[in-house]
Write a protein that binds this ligand. Structure first.
Ligand SMILES: [Zn+2]
Length: 284
Protein backbone atom coordinates (compact mmCIF):
# COMPACT_ATOMS: atom_id res chain seq x y z
CA UNK A 1 0.00 0.00 0.00
CA UNK A 2 1.35 3.42 -0.98
CA UNK A 3 0.45 6.31 1.31
CA UNK A 4 1.10 9.96 0.56
CA UNK A 5 0.47 12.67 3.12
CA UNK A 6 -0.90 15.83 1.51
CA UNK A 7 -1.13 18.09 4.58
CA UNK A 8 -3.82 18.59 7.27
CA UNK A 9 -5.18 15.02 7.50
CA UNK A 10 -5.38 14.44 3.74
CA UNK A 11 -4.00 11.02 2.86
CA UNK A 12 -3.78 9.49 -0.58
CA UNK A 13 -3.79 5.69 -0.47
CA UNK A 14 -3.12 3.46 -3.46
CA UNK A 15 -2.96 -0.29 -3.78
CA UNK A 16 -3.08 -2.46 -6.89
CA UNK A 17 -4.97 0.02 -9.06
CA UNK A 18 -7.30 1.21 -6.28
CA UNK A 19 -7.05 4.84 -5.13
CA UNK A 20 -8.78 6.47 -2.16
CA UNK A 21 -8.45 9.86 -0.52
CA UNK A 22 -8.98 10.38 3.20
CA UNK A 23 -10.08 13.87 4.34
CA UNK A 24 -9.09 15.73 1.14
CA UNK A 25 -8.05 19.32 1.86
CA UNK A 26 -6.46 21.05 -1.10
CA UNK A 27 -8.23 24.42 -0.78
CA UNK A 28 -6.64 25.34 2.57
CA UNK A 29 -8.45 28.68 3.08
CA UNK A 30 -6.24 31.33 4.69
CA UNK A 31 -7.26 32.27 8.23
CA UNK A 32 -8.87 35.55 7.12
CA UNK A 33 -11.10 33.65 4.69
CA UNK A 34 -12.87 32.21 7.74
CA UNK A 35 -14.33 35.67 8.42
CA UNK A 36 -16.44 35.07 5.32
CA UNK A 37 -18.14 32.04 3.85
CA UNK A 38 -15.90 29.36 2.36
CA UNK A 39 -16.15 26.84 -0.43
CA UNK A 40 -13.85 24.43 -2.25
CA UNK A 41 -11.47 26.01 -4.75
CA UNK A 42 -11.83 23.91 -7.94
CA UNK A 43 -8.41 25.04 -9.22
CA UNK A 44 -6.65 24.05 -6.00
CA UNK A 45 -8.40 20.67 -6.07
CA UNK A 46 -7.46 20.13 -9.74
CA UNK A 47 -3.84 21.10 -9.05
CA UNK A 48 -3.64 18.78 -6.03
CA UNK A 49 -5.06 15.82 -7.93
CA UNK A 50 -2.79 16.47 -10.90
CA UNK A 51 0.31 16.86 -8.75
CA UNK A 52 -0.34 13.39 -7.39
CA UNK A 53 -1.26 11.82 -10.71
CA UNK A 54 -4.87 11.14 -9.67
CA UNK A 55 -7.38 11.21 -12.51
CA UNK A 56 -9.85 8.75 -11.07
CA UNK A 57 -10.71 7.87 -7.48
CA UNK A 58 -12.49 4.86 -6.06
CA UNK A 59 -13.41 6.40 -2.74
CA UNK A 60 -13.30 9.48 -0.52
CA UNK A 61 -13.31 8.60 3.19
CA UNK A 62 -14.12 11.20 5.84
CA UNK A 63 -13.04 10.83 9.48
CA UNK A 64 -15.48 13.66 10.37
CA UNK A 65 -17.03 16.69 8.71
CA UNK A 66 -15.14 19.72 10.08
CA UNK A 67 -14.22 21.93 7.13
CA UNK A 68 -10.50 21.09 7.26
CA UNK A 69 -11.44 17.45 6.55
CA UNK A 70 -14.56 17.78 4.40
CA UNK A 71 -14.58 21.11 2.54
CA UNK A 72 -13.21 19.59 -0.68
CA UNK A 73 -15.08 16.27 -0.62
CA UNK A 74 -17.78 17.15 -3.15
CA UNK A 75 -15.38 18.94 -5.51
CA UNK A 76 -12.99 15.97 -5.45
CA UNK A 77 -15.86 13.64 -6.39
CA UNK A 78 -16.92 16.02 -9.15
CA UNK A 79 -13.43 16.02 -10.67
CA UNK A 80 -12.29 12.44 -10.02
CA UNK A 81 -15.55 10.53 -9.36
CA UNK A 82 -15.53 7.78 -6.73
CA UNK A 83 -17.89 7.19 -3.83
CA UNK A 84 -18.04 9.32 -0.67
CA UNK A 85 -18.07 7.18 2.49
CA UNK A 86 -19.04 8.82 5.77
CA UNK A 87 -21.74 9.60 8.31
CA UNK A 88 -25.13 11.26 7.76
CA UNK A 89 -23.50 14.70 8.00
CA UNK A 90 -21.07 13.73 5.23
CA UNK A 91 -24.00 12.71 3.05
CA UNK A 92 -25.33 16.27 3.30
CA UNK A 93 -22.12 17.64 1.74
CA UNK A 94 -22.77 15.93 -1.59
CA UNK A 95 -26.04 16.97 -3.13
CA UNK A 96 -25.55 16.82 -6.86
CA UNK A 97 -27.18 14.03 -8.78
CA UNK A 98 -24.48 11.90 -10.37
CA UNK A 99 -22.15 12.04 -7.37
CA UNK A 100 -22.04 8.77 -5.47
CA UNK A 101 -22.20 8.48 -1.72
CA UNK A 102 -22.67 5.77 0.84
CA UNK A 103 -23.67 6.31 4.45
CA UNK A 104 -21.58 3.85 6.33
CA UNK A 105 -22.47 1.40 9.08
CA UNK A 106 -19.95 1.29 11.94
CA UNK A 107 -17.90 -1.90 12.08
CA UNK A 108 -18.96 -3.15 8.66
CA UNK A 109 -16.27 -4.19 6.15
CA UNK A 110 -16.35 -2.30 2.85
CA UNK A 111 -14.34 -3.73 -0.01
CA UNK A 112 -13.19 -0.77 -2.11
CA UNK A 113 -11.29 -2.41 -4.95
CA UNK A 114 -8.11 -3.87 -3.43
CA UNK A 115 -8.63 -2.15 -0.06
CA UNK A 116 -10.68 -3.35 2.90
CA UNK A 117 -12.14 -0.44 4.86
CA UNK A 118 -13.88 -0.43 8.25
CA UNK A 119 -15.20 2.65 10.09
CA UNK A 120 -14.80 2.34 13.87
CA UNK A 121 -16.69 4.75 16.12
CA UNK A 122 -14.44 7.35 17.68
CA UNK A 123 -14.57 10.81 19.23
CA UNK A 124 -13.11 14.21 18.45
CA UNK A 125 -10.36 15.83 20.49
CA UNK A 126 -12.03 18.12 23.08
CA UNK A 127 -11.77 21.74 21.96
CA UNK A 128 -11.04 24.76 24.16
CA UNK A 129 -14.30 26.46 25.15
CA UNK A 130 -14.42 29.26 22.54
CA UNK A 131 -13.95 26.85 19.65
CA UNK A 132 -16.34 24.38 21.25
CA UNK A 133 -18.97 27.12 21.34
CA UNK A 134 -18.55 27.64 17.58
CA UNK A 135 -18.14 23.96 16.77
CA UNK A 136 -19.86 21.84 19.40
CA UNK A 137 -18.49 18.32 19.64
CA UNK A 138 -21.87 16.74 19.01
CA UNK A 139 -22.96 18.96 16.10
CA UNK A 140 -24.41 17.43 12.93
CA UNK A 141 -25.01 18.74 9.42
CA UNK A 142 -28.70 17.99 9.41
CA UNK A 143 -29.68 19.21 5.95
CA UNK A 144 -27.99 19.54 2.55
CA UNK A 145 -25.23 22.12 2.92
CA UNK A 146 -25.21 24.90 0.38
CA UNK A 147 -21.82 26.46 -0.34
CA UNK A 148 -20.25 28.88 0.21
CA UNK A 149 -20.96 28.28 3.89
CA UNK A 150 -19.64 29.53 7.21
CA UNK A 151 -16.96 27.24 8.59
CA UNK A 152 -19.07 26.42 11.65
CA UNK A 153 -21.70 24.95 9.33
CA UNK A 154 -19.20 22.14 8.82
CA UNK A 155 -20.25 20.52 12.09
CA UNK A 156 -18.23 17.57 13.33
CA UNK A 157 -20.76 14.86 12.42
CA UNK A 158 -19.89 11.38 13.63
CA UNK A 159 -16.20 10.73 14.14
CA UNK A 160 -14.44 7.61 12.89
CA UNK A 161 -11.15 5.85 13.23
CA UNK A 162 -10.90 4.49 9.70
CA UNK A 163 -9.20 1.14 9.19
CA UNK A 164 -7.73 0.67 5.73
CA UNK A 165 -6.29 -2.86 5.58
CA UNK A 166 -3.85 -2.98 8.56
CA UNK A 167 -3.67 0.80 8.99
CA UNK A 168 -5.91 2.68 11.46
CA UNK A 169 -6.40 6.40 10.79
CA UNK A 170 -7.42 8.92 13.46
CA UNK A 171 -8.25 12.27 11.83
CA UNK A 172 -8.64 13.84 15.25
CA UNK A 173 -6.80 12.95 18.44
CA UNK A 174 -9.91 11.65 20.19
CA UNK A 175 -10.85 8.12 21.13
CA UNK A 176 -13.66 5.95 22.35
CA UNK A 177 -12.31 3.81 25.21
CA UNK A 178 -11.82 0.09 24.51
CA UNK A 179 -12.79 0.37 20.85
CA UNK A 180 -9.66 -0.56 18.91
CA UNK A 181 -8.65 -3.95 20.33
CA UNK A 182 -8.23 -7.09 18.22
CA UNK A 183 -8.39 -5.25 14.91
CA UNK A 184 -5.22 -6.66 13.30
CA UNK A 185 -3.52 -3.25 13.08
CA UNK A 186 0.15 -2.72 12.19
CA UNK A 187 0.24 1.05 11.61
CA UNK A 188 -1.66 3.89 13.28
CA UNK A 189 -1.93 7.34 11.72
CA UNK A 190 -2.55 9.93 14.43
CA UNK A 191 -3.97 13.30 13.48
CA UNK A 192 -2.45 15.40 16.25
CA UNK A 193 -3.97 18.82 15.47
CA UNK A 194 -4.71 20.75 18.67
CA UNK A 195 -3.24 18.06 20.91
CA UNK A 196 -1.07 20.52 22.85
CA UNK A 197 -4.28 21.99 24.28
CA UNK A 198 -4.70 18.79 26.31
CA UNK A 199 -2.96 17.77 29.54
CA UNK A 200 -0.26 15.08 29.45
CA UNK A 201 -2.64 12.51 30.96
CA UNK A 202 -5.03 12.91 28.03
CA UNK A 203 -2.24 12.22 25.56
CA UNK A 204 -1.16 9.17 27.51
CA UNK A 205 -4.73 7.78 27.43
CA UNK A 206 -5.03 8.52 23.72
CA UNK A 207 -1.75 6.74 23.00
CA UNK A 208 -2.77 3.74 25.07
CA UNK A 209 -6.16 3.41 23.36
CA UNK A 210 -5.11 4.17 19.79
CA UNK A 211 -1.67 2.61 19.66
CA UNK A 212 -1.10 0.14 22.50
CA UNK A 213 -4.61 -1.37 22.46
CA UNK A 214 -4.64 -1.70 18.68
CA UNK A 215 -1.29 -3.49 18.81
CA UNK A 216 0.35 -1.29 16.18
CA UNK A 217 4.13 -1.30 15.92
CA UNK A 218 4.33 1.80 13.75
CA UNK A 219 2.95 5.29 14.35
CA UNK A 220 2.74 7.99 11.69
CA UNK A 221 1.82 11.54 12.68
CA UNK A 222 -0.41 13.75 10.53
CA UNK A 223 -2.40 17.00 10.96
CA UNK A 224 0.76 18.67 12.34
CA UNK A 225 0.96 21.50 9.83
CA UNK A 226 -0.35 25.05 9.84
CA UNK A 227 -3.22 24.40 7.43
CA UNK A 228 -3.86 28.12 6.95
CA UNK A 229 -0.74 28.20 4.76
CA UNK A 230 -0.32 26.65 1.31
CA UNK A 231 1.09 23.13 1.78
CA UNK A 232 4.26 23.91 -0.14
CA UNK A 233 5.09 26.71 2.30
CA UNK A 234 4.93 24.39 5.31
CA UNK A 235 8.41 23.55 6.54
CA UNK A 236 7.94 22.59 10.19
CA UNK A 237 5.26 21.42 12.63
CA UNK A 238 2.85 24.02 13.99
CA UNK A 239 3.97 25.34 17.38
CA UNK A 240 0.72 24.02 18.91
CA UNK A 241 1.68 20.37 18.29
CA UNK A 242 5.42 20.36 19.00
CA UNK A 243 5.11 19.29 22.64
CA UNK A 244 2.73 16.47 21.59
CA UNK A 245 5.25 15.24 19.01
CA UNK A 246 7.99 15.06 21.64
CA UNK A 247 5.70 13.21 24.05
CA UNK A 248 4.51 10.72 21.43
CA UNK A 249 8.10 10.01 20.43
CA UNK A 250 8.86 9.33 24.10
CA UNK A 251 5.88 6.93 24.38
CA UNK A 252 7.08 5.13 21.25
CA UNK A 253 10.53 4.71 22.75
CA UNK A 254 9.10 3.48 26.03
CA UNK A 255 6.63 1.01 24.53
CA UNK A 256 8.58 -0.09 21.45
CA UNK A 257 6.79 1.57 18.51
CA UNK A 258 8.49 3.32 15.64
CA UNK A 259 7.16 6.90 15.48
CA UNK A 260 7.58 9.09 12.39
CA UNK A 261 6.21 12.40 11.21
CA UNK A 262 4.55 12.03 7.82
CA UNK A 263 6.21 14.37 5.32
CA UNK A 264 4.03 16.29 2.91
CA UNK A 265 4.16 14.96 -0.64
CA UNK A 266 6.60 12.15 0.18
CA UNK A 267 4.96 8.81 -0.70
CA UNK A 268 5.61 5.83 1.55
CA UNK A 269 5.36 2.16 0.70
CA UNK A 270 3.77 0.47 3.72
CA UNK A 271 4.22 -3.29 3.90
CA UNK A 272 1.60 -5.52 5.56
CA UNK A 273 3.97 -5.76 8.56
CA UNK A 274 3.74 -1.99 9.00
CA UNK A 275 7.37 -1.48 7.93
CA UNK A 276 7.63 1.41 5.56
CA UNK A 277 10.15 2.89 3.17
CA UNK A 278 10.07 5.78 0.73
CA UNK A 279 7.95 4.85 -2.27
CA UNK A 280 8.95 5.69 -5.78
CA UNK A 281 5.36 5.63 -6.91
CA UNK A 282 5.35 7.21 -10.34
CA UNK A 283 2.66 9.88 -10.50
CA UNK A 284 0.35 9.67 -13.49
ZN1 LIG B 1 -11.95 18.31 13.56
Amino acid sequence: MHLTYLGTNALLIRKAGTTVLVDPHFTRPRIWHLFGKISANPRAVAAGLEQNGVDRLDGVLLTHTHYDHALDAAEVLRQASGVLYGCGSAMNLVNHPGLDKQKITPGRRYQIGALTVVFHSSLHLPFPSLIDWLLPMDGQISRPLETPAWFWHYAVGRVWAIQVDQTLIFGSAGYLPNSYKNLDIETVVLGIGGLDSQPAAYLENFYREAVLNSGAGHVLLSHWDNFFKPAKQVDKPHFLVRRAITRIQAFGKKHGQKVDLLKIQEPLLIKPSGEWKPSHFAAG
